[in-house]
Design a protein around this ligand. Structure first.
Ligand code: FES
Length: 274
């Protein structure tokens, strides 16, 4: 086990306060809240955001990149898009100094773990105390805020059946319905309710007068999202099966960046975020 390392004078940090320290070569965020000191890795488990630069609210730190919140006492991930906790470390006060000892284990708690394990009762104490995020972003079509029943229905529909989407007249609304069959492989929530779709546009196909070229503006929860290629392929497959579609173009848009407040209530419910 690593040794305790003296990292600061106890009086250096305001209360509440936070600062970046280095322990045995690792960057660690050190916090002081209500007279107690806490240390967690300065790395957001979503995409490496520097946690110490985020907003500290009581015992929660919000990642400055996409807003995931972590409990500074345990490192547990409290909100999306972080799926797992970050490392927390031992802290002691001795001889007027703050001493930190690195731990090797990670907090396993995370929003998706609750959702997957027990959808009906997934609220941990920490999640239950989390205030609800604002509603869906204003730029998103209102039909994207439908409930979980709609999601299940869209997923179960056969794209080629007599009453399936492929038999219906092509429209922006229909495209959104078809895209609800595409789910993030890590979160198991469809990309419409996640707020990943920024827009849908149609243009007459160059090679077939009665068909449409469909362009879909889609974002990712992070620039390095590992699910990106699969989401693009699934999106093309979901929409390309319609008889009036000649081609599907997926345009990745990172500006404005995705934030958790783009998710619908249905997505938050599925992920256990309240
Ligand atoms: S990097 Fe922290 S929420 Fe995305």
């Amino acid at each position: 086990m690593a040794d305790f390392v003296r990292v600061a004078e106890a009086t250096e940090l305001t209360d509440p306060g936070k600062t970046l320290i280095e322990v045995d070569g690792d960057l660690v965020a050190l916090f002081r809240v209500n007279g107690q000191f806490y240390a967690i890795d300065d790395v957001c488990t979503h995409d490496g955001g520097p946690l110490v630069e985020g907003e500290l609210i009581d015992y929660k730190i919000a990642c400055p990149r996409h807003g995931a919140k972590f409990d500074i006492r345990t490192g547990a991930a409290l909100t999306m898009p972080a799926l797992r906790g970050t490392r927390s470390h031992d802290v002691k006060i001795e001889e007027g100094g703050v001493w930190v000892r690195l731990r090797s284990g990670y907090a396993t708690d995370g929003p998706s773990a609750h959702a997957a394990a027990a959808p009906a009762t997934h609220a941990s104490d920490a999640l239950a105390s989390e205030p609800s995020l604002p509603g869906i972003a204003s730029g998103q079509p209102s039909h994207a805020s439908s409930g979980t029943a709609d999601v299940a229905e869209a997923t179960a529909q056969s794209p080629s059946g007599p009453s399936g989407p492929s038999s219906q007249r092509l429209s922006e609304e229909l495209i959104y319905e078809m895209l609800k069959a595409v789910k993030d492989p890590e979160l198991f929530v469809n990309i419409v309710d996640l707020g990943l779709i920024y827009g849908v546009t149609f243009a007459p196909a160059a090679d077939a007068a009665d068909k449409q070229h469909v362009a879909i503006d889609m974002t990712m929860t992070s620039p390095a999202c590992p699910a990106g290629p699969q989401l693009i392929a699934d999106t093309k497959r979901a929409v390309g099966g319609h008889g009036d579609v000649s081609a599907v173009e997926v345009r990745i848009v990172m500006d404005p960046p995705w934030t958790p407040d783009r998710m619908t209530d249905a997505a938050r419910d599925q992920l256990g975020i309240f």
